[in-house]
Unconditional design. Structure first.
Length: 228
């Protein structure tokens, strides 16, 4: 029996050692938010004996704003939302049915002087429900995105993601949307509130994310399927 206990303790120590050596989860990149490389530009043929070469120019007053496919824009995340919702419901329904005693030859049917066919039905139903919900979110930081397409009106379609791997898990920020070129600041940055059709996804994986999530039983108790 002692050998069995020692063997179980040995297996327990091995499992704990393997669990302690487990690598942190790595967030896989989403292809929908992958960056786009600019199209390669073939160099023009070299013409000997000329001072000016076609295809080579240097604009003295050109800024660093993104304007082509593959260019990078710095997005400043300044998202803050607050939502409050409350609801109250109350219903009450009452009904009753009374049936008079039937008579035979003008006399009621009785037993020991009490009518036996007298019928009366009543029902009363009352329901009261109250609900209150409050939610507040705030997201700040920066994420670099790339231009994936230039629309006919000059607007830029952008997308990108940022992954941060920590010792207790990993976090990611994914963003996509449409940027108006005139909203880009001189330092080639833009606020997230200025992006149209913005899709901002913030999430994580690992120990911290697992600790902040409900277990399957608790989710069932909080779901509409729980009858009580």
């Amino acid at each position: 029996m002692c050998n069995g206990v020692r063997m179980k303790a040995l297996w327990l120590l091995v499992c704990l050692a393997l669990f302690g050596c487990a690598q942190p989860q790595v967030v896989k990149r989403d292809p929908q938010f992958a960056s786009v490389r600019p199209a390669a530009i073939e160099p023009p043929p070299v013409k000997d004996g000329t001072i000016y070469r076609e295809g080579h120019s240097a604009a003295l007053f050109e800024d660093i704003k993104a304007r082509r496919v593959g260019d990078i824009i710095i997005v400043k995340l300044v998202e803050s939302t607050n939502a409050t919702k409350s609801a109250s419901t109350s219903t009450n329904k009452a009904s009753s049915i009374d049936m008079a005693d039937p008579t035979i030859f003008g006399k009621s049917i009785t037993r020991n002087g009490n009518p036996i066919l007298n019928t009366s039905i009543g029902a009363d139903n009352t329901f009261t429900g109250d609900a209150d919900s409050k939610q507040s979110n705030k997201l700040t930081g920066t994420v670099a995105v790339t231009v994936t397409d230039v629309l006919a009106n000059g607007n830029l379609m952008v997308r990108g993601e940022k992954i941060i791997t920590l010792n207790q898990g990993a976090e990611h920020v994914r963003l996509s949307g449409i940027v108006r070129s005139t909203d880009i600041a001189p330092d080639n940055s833009i606020y997230s509130s200025q992006i149209a059709d913005a899709q901002i996804i913030y999430g994580g994986e690992g120990v911290i994310a697992d600790a902040n999530s409900m277990g399957w039983l608790q989710r069932f108790l909080q779901s509409p399927w729980w009858p009580f």
